[in-house]
Design a protein around this ligand. Structure first.
Ligand code: NAD
Ligand code: AKB
Length: 313
């Protein structure tokens, strides 16, 4: 049996820089790609190709050159950056995905992963324990593009038989690569500034509860989904996916257990309105039922691990 050759787009970002390393532990052939050059562990660990997902002939040539059989399509513009340039965000998120879908069908790829987000929900969605199937009226260009992406994913599965799988990630927290322009980025920055300055100015209000997840859980869940037999996957738009929920003031309490003189101040900006349009917690019972999802990290366990690793760096 021929082994898979995997292409990861947007590999230099917050998720890609860790997902590529995790995939390389279980697959011999993982090609990382991005618009920008890799660094550190990502650069050392295997092959890299410069790729703009908006350039379809370049994408097609790369897939043929390496005989790619699976794609993890991570390249996108996130919520806060997207609001600064909606046209550009729509183009990258929509045209980029369409190129991936078409090239995947044309080259008979076996599987594709497309990350969605809690941003597909909007102010009219029930915010607590948000169901898999519910009202979805996103009001950021990022959320609109990802919701449309979910519909395209389901369409390509239904009409063209593409084995596409997707997760609605909550805000992801990690120490290896900083977050890339989202509304949940405070929950990454707060740890770095706690270690470096013992102080942080937060751009969300203290009681803004959002769904979040520690990166090791996110990577494990992504690989679990992709390794699940196709017949068990009942959702081809995107699965709700939950880790923990907290507000900035909850993180402060946890950090102060390790750094007692840590100080926080609050200066909400445009991201507050985005955060208030998103769920506070997520019902991920379909992911639990279909592919056995269960998170391992809560806020206390994540805080201990984040601070220890940032101090080591
Ligand atoms: P990121 O911003 O850290 O990384 C995205 C990468 O894509 C960057 O390295 C960027 O250079 C690259 N990129 C941008 N435009 C490109 C193009 N035209 N061609 C090729 N590469 C391009 O993002 P991330 O946090 O790693 O997120 C990865 C995916 O996961 C995105 O689709 C995002 O919507 C989704 N997601 C992330 C989170 C999170 O909290 N990090 C939450 C929900 C969903
Ligand atoms: C963002 O805040 O834009 C991302 C996300 C939740 O999709 N972290």
């Amino acid at each position: 049996m021929q082994s898979d050759t995997i292409l990861v787009t947007g590999a230099c970002g917050q998720i890609g820089s860790e997902l590529v390393l995790a995939l390389r532990k279980i697959h011999p052939n993982v090609i990382a790609s991005d618009l920008k050059d890799p660094s550190g562990e990502l650069k050392e660990s295997g092959p890299f190709e410069r790729l703009d997902v908006l350039h379809k002939p370049g994408l097609d040539a790369l897939v043929k050159k390496h005989k790619i059989t699976q794609i993890y399509h991570l390249a996108a513009i996130l919520s806060a950056t997207g609001e600064k340039n909606p046209e550009f965000a729509w183009r990258v998120n929509m045209k980029g995905l369409r190129n991936i879908l078409d090239v995947s069908v044309d080259n008979h790829l076996s599987k594709v992963f497309f990350p969605s987000t809690i941003a597909v929900f909007g102010p009219t969605t029930p915010r607590v324990n948000t169901p898999q199937y519910t009202v979805m009226e996103p009001n950021t260009i990022y959320g609109i593009s990802k919701q449309a992406g979910e519909r395209w994913a389901d369409y390509y599965y239904q009409k063209k038989g593409l084995d596409i799988r997707s997760i609605r990630y909550p805000g992801l927290i990690s120490y290896k690569t900083k977050a890339g322009g989202g509304t949940t980025d405070y929950a990454v920055d707060i740890y770095f500034e706690a270690v470096e300055k013992k102080a942080y100015e937060c751009f969300l209000k203290e009681d803004t509860v959002l769904p979040m997840m520690y990166m090791p859980d996110a990577i494990r869940g992504t690989i679990m989904l992709m390794e699940t037999p196709a017949e068990k996957i009942t959702i081809r738009s995107s699965y709700n996916f939950s880790g923990m929920s907290f507000a900035p003031k909850d993180v402060v309490v946890e950090i102060q257990k390790h750094i007692p003189d840590f100080q926080i101040s609050y200066k909400p900006d445009f991201r507050q309105q985005i955060a208030e349009s998103w769920p506070q917690s997520i019902d991920d019972s379909y992911a639990a039922k279909d592919w056995g999802w269960k998170p391992e990290f809560d806020l206390a366990k994540m805080t201990t691990d984040m601070l220890a690793n940032i101090k080591k760096q």
